[in-house]
Design a protein. Sequence first.
Length: 401
Amino acid sequence: MSFEKKIKILKEVCVGCGFCVKVCPFAAIGMKSKKAVIDYDRCNLCGACVEACKFNAIEIKTLERKYDHASYKGVWVFCEQKKGEIQSVAYELLGEGRKLASKLNSKLCAVLLGEGVKEKAGDLFARGADIVYLVDSPHLKYYQDDPYSKVLTELINEFKPEVLLSGATTIGRSLIARVAIRINTGLTADCTGLDIDPEKKLLLQTRPAFGGNIMATIITPNHRPQMATVRHKVMKEAAVEKGRAGTLIEKEYKDEILSTRTNLIDVVEEMEETINLSEADIIVSGGRGIGGPENFKLIRELALALGGAVGSSRAAVDANWIPYSHQVGQTGKTVCPKIYIACGISGQIQHLIGMQSSKIIVAINKDPDAPIFKVATYGIVGDLFQVVPALTKKFKQILGK
C-alpha cells in the first residue's frame, strides 16, 4: 500500500481568472474555453496554484494506492546507447541483473530505445538478457528527456517489472528520476552494491552516505518497481555467450508519446586527444596542486605518453581549470582503471570514492601527510612539476613514443 497525490481543476468552480497560470513555476497551467487546464507532464504537484486560487477551484487529494506486488515480475536493465552503440555500463548491469534475477527466480530483461538499433538486441541476448524490449523510432535517435521518459513509463505500466536498473550516467540520472516521479515509486541513486533480501525478496540498494563515511542500504517495500541507478565501473560486465537467443518484444507508440517540448538543434561533442575517461585502463588526474589550468598540459602529456585518459578532482573543475566531464569522485565519474596516477590531489573522501577501486594507485604530492597516500599503492613525495615531466620523459623512452 502507498499514497499518491492527484491534482484536479473543479470546472464548475473555476471562473477563468488566470491567476493560477501566472503563479505556476513550471508553466503547467493554461487556459482553454475560459477554464484552467493542467498539463500533467509538467505539473510536479507543488501546490502553488492551490494556495493562490481565491475561488478554491483547484484541489490536491492524497489517494491510497494498493500494489499487487505479485503482478510485478522481472529484473529490467535500461541499456543506454550512443550513436547506436551499447554503453559498457549496460553490460555491467546485465551481469549484476542476472544475479538478482536468479535470486528472485525471474527473467532478466533489457530495454533498448533508439533509432536503427534492432541489430544490437543480439548483443544483449549474448550478455544474458532473456527478453529485450525494443522501441525503435527516429524520435529516439538522440536522448531527450520527454520522449524517453514517456516511452519507458509506458513500458513499465504495461509489463510491470519488479526491479529496474540504470547506469548512474548523465543520461541515466536524468531519465530514471523523471520516470520514478511519473510512476510514483522510489529511487536510490549512485548505488555501489545490489542484493536481494532472501526472506522478503526486496532489492537491497547500497550506496555511500554522509560524504562516503558510511554505506547505507535502502529498500523500497511498498512501491514497484524498485529502482536504482548504479555507478559505472563498480561491477563486472556480463560474460559473452555467443549464439544465445531470447525473446524480442517490439513496441510502437503514437506521436504524442514520442513528442518533446524542446527542439534539438545540434549535438556538439567535446574533442579530446586522450581516450574516454570511463573506458580508460590508465588515468592521470590533476588536482588543486597543479596550480592553474595552464598546467594541465603536464597531465595531458603524461596521459598521452601512457595512452591513457585525463581526470581531475572536483576542486580543479570548480575552479574552471578543466570541464566537468573529467571529474572523478562522488559527484563525478567512478573509474576503475588498471593504473590511476593522482597528481597534486590531496585525497579527500569525495575523490577517493570515485577511484579507490583502481588496481594500482600512484600518488604524487609534496605533502607527506596527504590522505591520498593512505590508499596509494605507490607514493611519490615531491614537486609534481619536477616529477611529472620526468615520468613523461622516461615513459616516452621506454614505450618508444
